[in-house]
Design a protein around this ligand. Structure first.
Ligand SMILES: [Zn+2]
Length: 132
């Protein structure tokens, strides 16, 4: 286990920082994820297809917020069905774009908390051309 507590790792995840060192940035742009931490060289995509689970987080959070908010507005306000439907339909289209980075950082942070060991990387090292 690294030097940070589970709570600290999650907070760093929400700030889109590397879960191991807490310094390096996970993203180089809105949708451009760095392949590894520029500070400690922790590999973010630990295996091929690693971030498929992040899509489920993104989808689940979006659906949860949209449904909960829809019913809350329906119950507490006099908003029409159509307005309410359009509002949360638009939300469901836009929120996952905003939340994309956070779903990935949360996925990585959770995985790091439960499985902090590095994956064996000999295969990748073996395919690297000689440096000189
Ligand atoms: Zn790092």
């Amino acid at each position: 286990m690294g030097k940070y507590s589970k709570r600290q790792i999650l907070i760093k995840g929400l700030r889109l920082k590397c879960p191991r060192c807490g310094e390096g940035q996970m993203f180089g742009g809105m949708f451009k994820m760095c392949s590894e931490c520029d500070n400690c060289h922790f590999k973010f995509e630990r295996e091929a297809g690693y971030f498929a689970g992040a899509m489920y987080i993104n989808y689940g959070v979006t659906v949860f917020i949209a449904f909960a908010s829809y019913f809350a507005l329906d119950y507490f306000t006099s908003i029409s069905f159509l307005q309410n439907f359009i509002l949360w339909g638009a939300f469901s289209a836009l929120f996952p774009i905003f939340f994309f980075r956070y779903s990935r950082s949360l996925w990585l942070s959770f995985d790091y908390i439960f499985n902090p060991s590095e994956p064996p990387d000999s295969r990748r090292e073996g395919t690297r051309p000689p440096s000189s």
